[in-house]
Design a protein around this ligand. Structure first.
Ligand SMILES: [Mg+2]
Length: 415
């Protein structure tokens, strides 16, 4: 795997140990305990130093690669080492390959990114297309590993040599064409410094549009659904459409609030996402163009840190058809993200926003990472990252958290 030319190693990295002759030793075969210890035991007899090690196990087969300094004593010593390693490998039915060379791995290119690919399923064809696009924009794939096998197949490519923005644009086109989700985020410490996630509610945290649940009780579902759809397509001013829809609820008995709360269906993966984020020390909030009558309940049930929405006015036990206070609209959602970030003491660059509608766009663009979740096309095209599988916990993979880590955390806490 070649890199584009890059500046040399940082000044505090000693280069002497690996600037001379080195040997790449590759061991392949059935994985079982003791292979790593056995290999290095064999190499230890030649007094070599370890420069690098990588090992992967896939369906019980391991590939162990190590780069070591060549032994003192010239070709005779190297010949001895080769024979000993091959004999050892044969004795445990493994294959060995040893390649002579010079120095360490080439330094990785600048413009490092994490490319997360989510497929349901992930086909060989789409994997080939994505890898080819990475190469076409000058990127080099340095590492690949699987993040999750459930509920989607998620793999991460560590890529260097191409600017993150260029890679994102190229891969977004390929992803749309292939029907997979591809998220590209810049590598670096900040990826592990995300500290606040703010989500939209309707059709993001929950599967429903709350106003439509109210409308069903008022018998005006069709009228409300049409206005909602037009607003989400960006064809209507959100505030006007909100007032128009809420007006249709006038006279409804306030007892429907409890019924609607009971009807709300969380999006698959919502609990896993929130539980895992909270364990990792994230603060989690929701902002909604819907209603506090529902979001306050979600906040309590899910242990959220922040929630903000519009409030349905209730007088004498009946909805008046009006909302009270400031309307949470497109600009309001972005403003609330800033406010939550300030309260949480988290810079905006360390925030993640998730939403599906046109009124989420300002919030998605304000956050450090904006994720369009099963979003309308206008939102999908404008966001950093789009997730089109219907599982909210896949957002964890975009943050580099593996399914195994999620499950291990669950086991640990339950034990
Ligand atoms: Mg929504």
């Amino acid at each position: 795997m070649d890199d584009v030319s890059q500046p040399g190693p940082a000044p505090d990295v000693p280069v002497g140990a690996a600037s001379g002759p080195t040997l790449l030793v590759k061991i392949f075969g059935k994985d079982r305990p003791g292979i790593t210890a056995g290999l290095f035991d064999t190499l230890a007899a030649y007094g070599v130093d370890v420069v690098d090690i990588e090992q992967v196990v896939t369906r019980g087969r391991m590939v162990l690669c190590t780069l070591v300094t060549a032994p003192e004593g010239g070709p005779a010593a190297e010949g001895g080492l080769r024979a000993t390693v091959h004999n050892w490998a044969e004795s445990i039915k493994m294959q060995a390959e040893i390649i002579s060379g010079t120095g360490d791995n080439r330094p990785r290119g600048t413009g490092r990114s994490h490319v997360t690919v989510l497929g349901h399923p992930l086909t060989a064809e789409s994997t080939a297309a994505i890898a080819a696009r990475i190469t076409a924009v000058g990127g080099n794939i340095d590492r690949i590993f699987r993040l999750a096998k459930y509920p989607v197949t998620a793999v991460e490519f560590a890529v260097s040599g191409a600017p993150t923005g260029v890679l994102r644009t190229a891969l977004a086109m390929e992803a749309a064409h292939r029907g997979v989700d591809v998220a590209v985020v810049a590598a670096g410490l900040h990826r592990r410094a995300q500290r606040l996630v703010v989500m939209d509610v309707d059709s993001t945290l929950i599967q429903d549009e709350v106003i439509e649940l109210f409308a069903a009780h008022a018998g005006c579902e069709d009228q409300v659904a049409e206005v909602t759809a037009a607003a989400m397509r960006g064809e209507l001013d959100f505030e006007q459409s909100l007032h128009a829809r809420v007006a249709l609820l006038a006279g409804l008995d306030a007892s429907v609030v409890d019924k609607v709360r009971a009807e709300v269906r969380l999006t698959p993966g919502a609990r896993t996402l929130i539980r895992t984020l909270k364990r990792l020390g994230f603060q989690v909030g929701v902002v909604s163009g819907g209603f506090t009558q529902v979001t306050d309940d979600l906040k309590e049930r899910l242990g959220l840190d922040f929630a903000s929405a519009n409030t349905l006015e209730i007088v004498d036990g009946r909805l008046t058809g009006r909302v009270t206070g400031d309307v949470v609209d497109r600009a309001g959602k972005a403003r609330l993200l800033r406010s939550f970030a300030e309260q949480a003491g988290v810079p905006l660059s360390q925030t993640v926003a998730i939403g599906d509608g046109a009124n989420d766009l300002d919030m998605l663009n304000t956050a450090g990472l904006g994720v369009a979740f099963n979003a309308k096309p206008v939102v999908r095209q404008a966001a950093d990252t789009a997730v089109n599988v219907p599982f909210l916990d896949t957002v964890l993979y975009l943050l580099g958290i593996t399914r195994e880590e999620v499950e291990a955390a669950d086991l640990h806490l339950d034990a």
